[in-house]
Each structure stands twice: as C-alpha cells, then as structure tokens.
Design a binder for this molecule. Structure first.
Ligand SMILES: [Mn+2]
Length: 331
C-alpha cells in the first residue's frame, strides 16, 4: 500500500515542472529536513522549486544545506505538485496553505495519523520514527542519488524527532537508515552539535530561569514551570530561545505531565504540555483552549497575565489528570 503510494508520488514528482514544498508551523528538524531533502533532489532534477515555512527557519536549523532558500510566503500559485511534510493538518502549514492548495496535485507525507481528508495522495506511516524515514524511501523509489547534503537533512529529521535516539519511536530500521545516511556523508556528531550545542547565551540563561521556577504538584506527577515577560526582557531572550526547555523538565523522576508557560508578549501566554501517560490526552486538553497537537504533546495560547494564566491552566491540568485517570482506575 505504502509502496504503491510512494511510486505514485515518485511519478507525479518526475512529471512536474514546478513544485511547492511546505513545512509545518513551529518548524522542527524533521519538517525542515524533509522539505530540504526534497528541495535538493527536485532542483537536481531541474524542477522549479519553492520551499515554504510560514514561521521561517529557527536559528538552530540554519546550518541545513539549502535552508537559506526557504521563504515564509510566496505570491506564486498554480504549481504542478505540492508536498506537505510532517503534518496532516492544513491549518498547521499557516499561510503556505494558499500556494499549496493552488497546486494541481497535493501530496501529504507524515508519520502522524490525522483523521479527515488532506491532499490527493497521502502517505501516513505511524511506524516511522520521523517523516524523514518515509522521504528516504521515496527518494529510493525515485532512484535519485543521496548526496551528503540530502543525507544531512534526513538524518537531522531522525536525530531531532527521536531526541537523539532516546524515544519509544526508535526501531531497528531507524538505526539501519541512520547508518546508511552516515555512509552517504551525514555526520551525527556534527548535527547534534549544530542543533543541541549552539544555543545562544540568553537561551541558556532562560533555561536556568525556567529550572529555577520549576514546581512539583500532584505527588510529583505534574511538573511545570513558567517564564514571565520580565524574564524574557531581562535576559534579552525571545520565544525561540525556549526550544527544548520542556524536554529538560522531563528529567524529573516520576513526572507524568509536564507544562511550560511563557508570557511571550505582555498578556499573551503560550503553553506547551507533554504527557507520558496515553490516557492523559494533551491534544484534547489543548482543544479546550483553542490549541492542538498530539496525544502526548500539544500547545495552546491563553490571554492574560502570567499570574492569572498560571492559576487557571494549572488548575485545569490537575482536573484533567484526575478525570483522565480516574475512570480507568475504577474499571
Ligand atoms: Mn516528525
């Protein structure tokens, strides 16, 4: 089934003269790596390619080969093919949507499973640790060379989506593919250094501030922290500098639900939530606040100053943890 879809995508890409590639909002290493691997491949085949990331390219991913060509928007329409990488939700590609849906054929490649229709050809493979694994298979079906640049883009997707091979999504295939990409010229050490060891000074200070504010509740099952607008202003940091902070909160023993609240602008708070327990569905919680995400990782915005929002969100989180786990305890 997947193989037939990959062949279909390979064919429409071969026939296309113009292609638009789209990344999701709050772009990560996987969405950017996939789009850039496809950009390099399609440019190599002489196609006219535009790569869109509505939220731009975070500093830590600017080392990716071809990243400088990524645009936040385009006026161009009527592409032969559009490829959306790493999301199945049209609203998750932001303003790239207009260019994408102007294409004759829309392709979606993702390792999340999203309900509802999206695009003309959809490849969803939840077993893949990263969309980069699926894009690699597509490039093999297309029978194109995996250059060092392409290998670097794809391995970045794998390394970032697996948290350096630490998450449950890692399979033997992930390691085999990583070995192949290494042989093709990618360096895991270089990628890890670029992504994880080149943080700005304000961003490390901000991590310190978040760790200083850390709280434990619900017998340690709820671990959360916050950053106020004053913290950002004092340290000269921006919201981009909060990348990865919530992952650090996971380090706390017995933590089940993690939350990071940050007042990005005065009176406007971004909340990221994570869960280690499938029963505690973070996507559903985020929806209550008009946000979204996945079962174990989601985010939303709340209006109000940090003190008000803290109280409201943490209270809701506590209730959510109780009602998500109590029914199954009784059963
Ligand atoms: Mn991904």
């Amino acid at each position: 089934m997947i193989r037939r879809h990959l062949q279909q995508v390979a064919q429409v890409l071969r026939e296309a003269k113009s292609v638009v590639l789209a990344c999701h909002l709050n772009p990560d290493g996987d969405t950017l790596g996939c789009a850039l691997a496809l950009q390099a491949t399609l440019e190599g085949l002489g196609k006219r390619v535009i790569t869109l990331s509505s939220d731009g390219v975070p500093e830590i991913y600017r080392f990716l080969p071809g990243a400088e060509k990524i645009l936040t928007s385009t006026e161009q329409r009527g592409f032969d093919v559009a490829v959306v990488c790493d999301t199945g939700m049209p609203e998750r590609i932001g303003k790239a949507k207009d260019a994408v849906f102007s294409a004759r054929i829309v392709v979606d490649i993702d390792h999340h499973v999203t309900e509802g229709a999206f695009g003309d050809i959809r490849i969803q493979q939840p077993k893949a640790a990263a969309t980069a694994e699926i894009v690699y298979r597509l490039l093999k079906v297309m029978d194109v060379p995996i250059t060092p640049a392409i290998a670097t883009c794809l391995l970045t997707g794998i390394i970032t989506d697996t948290g350096l091979y630490r998450y449950m999504n890692v399979s033997p295939t992930t390691f085999r593919l990583s070995a192949t990409l290494m042989e093709a010229g990618a360096s895991p050490a270089q990628i890890a250094e670029e992504v994880f060891e080149r943080r700005s000074f304000p961003s490390v200070k901000l991590l310190g501030r978040a760790l200083e504010h850390i709280r434990q509740e619900e017998d340690g099952r709820l671990v959360w922290s916050y950053l106020s607008h004053e913290d950002f202003a004092e340290l000269g940091a921006t919201d981009e500098d909060t990348e990865g902070i919530i992952t650090q909160l996971r380090a706390v023993r017995d933590s089940v639900v993690l939350a990071l609240l940050r007042e990005v602008k005065p009176g406007r708070v971004r909340v990221s939530v994570r869960s280690r327990d499938e029963r505690i569905d973070m996507a559903k919680l985020a929806e209550k606040f008009g946000g979204g995400g996945h079962r174990l990782a989601a985010g939303f915005w709340v209006e109000g100053n940090i003190a008000e929002v803290k109280q409201k969100v943490i209270e809701t989180l506590r209730e959510w943890m109780h009602c998500s786990t109590s029914t199954s305890q009784r059963a």
